[in-house]
Design a protein around this ligand. Structure first.
Ligand SMILES: Cc1cc2nc3c(=O)[nH]c(=O)nc-3n(C[C@H](O)[C@H](O)[C@H](O)COP(=O)(O)OP(=O)(O)OC[C@H]3O[C@@H](n4cnc5c(N)ncnc54)[C@H](O)[C@@H]3O)c2cc1C
Length: 471
């Protein structure tokens, strides 16, 4: 049976650039007014991301470095970088803020890393439709702030909203706060267009409509360099943060199943079992959790509060803290959920790693079977999401690291129970969130990166195609 966990880097990978290629590349970059970055500190900083959460990926990716780095400030400079890489056959990996979890932005074969944080403008917002266009490197938090003063907000943000970039989220992320309402980033209707630069002998600056842009969405920058994105937004809501506490996990789970199916307007619902809740750095004024206090973290519209009062006695929980989002002190709820839960838990006990699953319905049977087998080696963290039009529970359990075989057994049991895996211990687009080869992603790479220089090794469909073409 093929292993679900990589034990080596994907192949084939190109050779790292030679000293001569690097010198030629650096000279062309300088001629275009760009400053090549080559100090080991800069290259280290430009090459790593949060892959350390995976003890499977860490030994494979640790120490992999770009050979050269560069920061571009506009699309013309991006075109110049792409042209120079194409000219000398040097691979090119894009970098947003480097908060990806699976080494998405870590170059597997050296080459150049291109960072676009200076391309950070909100270029356009249509007040009638809320459709906006923004440059690739804008931080989501800055984009959110500029939309909010115009009465709009981002439909989806990762819990890394304060540090992540727009293009990095589109190319490497998938879901987050807002997924309860709006589903996943790849769902049609969020991404409405992209401006990209291709990596060809003469790179092109292309405007892609919603249909063509979809192939670049969640492709780890393997098939086009995003320079700006056009997306739908939502009407801004002054979200309220609530922490509900339950004396039993069964009650908390039942509430997590029921609340998204009411008419309460919710933007996020995260369920943490007591031992996990106990490790969270709760906002100021929120009572600390105990191992027997299971918690729901909720973002709700102000008008949901009256309905909550009526629902709580039936759900069996109590409201232990509330505050408007943006007005509480300490860490806000949206930095205690999604993979921030993993981050905070690991800061207490780095012996935990994690998984990402969509649970089958009803969730109780799968959770109970996994609990029976794994006991306290698996601690429960759930997130409410909308998947293909239905309210579902995703799950990012904390998993005590007992080695590859145990992790693989856990994954296989979860899949046998009907869970859908979004494997955070995988290197390629397909083996992580996507699940399988997307022919359109591969076709886009053939059109926009025919020499296969963009983020080599990350698109399995391209590696398999290359093997076939080469055979
Ligand atoms: C604590 C923690 C919490 C997280 N929570 C969430 C969450 O709630 N939801 C979620 O989806 N993810 C989450 N993530 C993963 C990650 O933070 C997000 O996916 C984030 O949006 C990535 O943005 P970034 O700017 O850091 O991108 P990077 O990590 O720099 O890059 C991500 C990918 O995008 C590519 N890329 C970057 N810029 C471009 C470009 N201009 N053109 C083409 N490709 C490009 C990179 O090559 C890389 O493959 C979390 C990670 C951590 C560590």
């Amino acid at each position: 049976m093929a292993s679900l966990l990589p034990s080596a880097l994907p192949q084939p990978l190109p050779e790292p650039a030679s000293a001569q290629q690097l010198e030629q590349l650096a000279a062309d970059l300088r001629a275009a007014g760009l400053m090549p970055l080559r100090s080991s500190g800069e290259l280290e900083q430009l090459s790593a991301d949060a892959f350390v959460y995976s003890p499977v990926l860490q030994p494979l990716l640790q120490g992999l470095r770009a050979q050269l780095g560069v920061r571009a400030v506009n699309a013309e400079q991006v075109l110049a970088v792409a042209a120079a890489c194409g000219r000398y056959g040097v691979s090119l990996t894009l970098r947003g803020a480097g908060t990806g979890n699976y080494g998405q932005a870590t170059p597997l074969a050296g080459g150049l890393v291109l960072e676009l944080s200076a391309m950070n403008r909100l270029q356009q917002l249509d007040p009638a439709s809320g459709v906006f266009t923004a440059e690739a490197g804008i931080l989501l938090v800055d984009l959110e702030e500029q939309l909010q003063v115009r009465g709009r907000e981002l439909r989806l943000v990762p819990s890394t909203v304060r540090s992540a970039s727009l293009a990095g989220y589109l190319a490497g992320g998938s879901s987050g706060i807002g997924s309860l309402r709006w589903g996943f980033l790849r769902d049609p209707g969020h991404l409405l267009g992209l401006e990209i630069v291709t990596l060809e002998s003469t790179p092109r600056l292309l405007q892609l409509g919603a249909a063509e842009a979809q192939a670049i969405n969640h492709a780890y920058g393997c098939n086009g360099i995003i320079t700006s994105a056009t997306m739908a937004s939502a009407a801004a809501v002054p979200w309220q943060q609530w922490v509900l506490e339950f004396a039993s996990w069964e009650q908390a789970l039942a509430a997590a199943q029921q609340l998204p199916n009411t008419a309460l307007l919710l933007n996020a619902l995260c369920a943490l079992e007591g031992p996990v809740a106990q490790w969270m750095p709760w906002p100021k004024g929120c009572p600390p959790a105990t191992a027997s206090g299971h918690r729901l973290l909720i973002l709700a519209a102000p008008d949901a509060r009256l309905a909550l009062d009526a629902l709580l006695p039936r759900l069996g929980g109590q409201l232990v803290w509330e505050a408007p989002q943006g007005q509480s002190r300490g860490i806000p709820l949206r930095e205690l959920c999604w993979n921030h839960t993993t981050l905070h838990a690991r800061s207490h006990d780095p012996g935990f790693t994690y998984l990402q699953l969509l649970l089958p319905q009803p969730e109780q049977a799968a959770l109970e079977a996994l609990r029976q087998r794994w006991g306290h080696d698996v601690l429960w963290h759930l997130e409410a999401v909308r998947a293909q039009g239905q309210q579902r529970l995703a799950c990012l359990p904390l998993v005590r690291w007992r080695g590859r075989e145990a992790l693989e057994e856990l994954i296989r049991q979860a899949c046998d129970l009907g869970c859908l895996l979004f494997n955070p211990h995988a290197i390629t687009v397909e083996d992580g969130g996507l699940g399988g080869v997307d022919a359109e992603q591969v076709a886009a790479k053939a059109s926009y990166d025919p020499a296969g220089l963009l983020n080599p090794g990350k698109l399995r469909g391209w590696l398999e195609r290359s093997a076939l073409v080469g055979a």
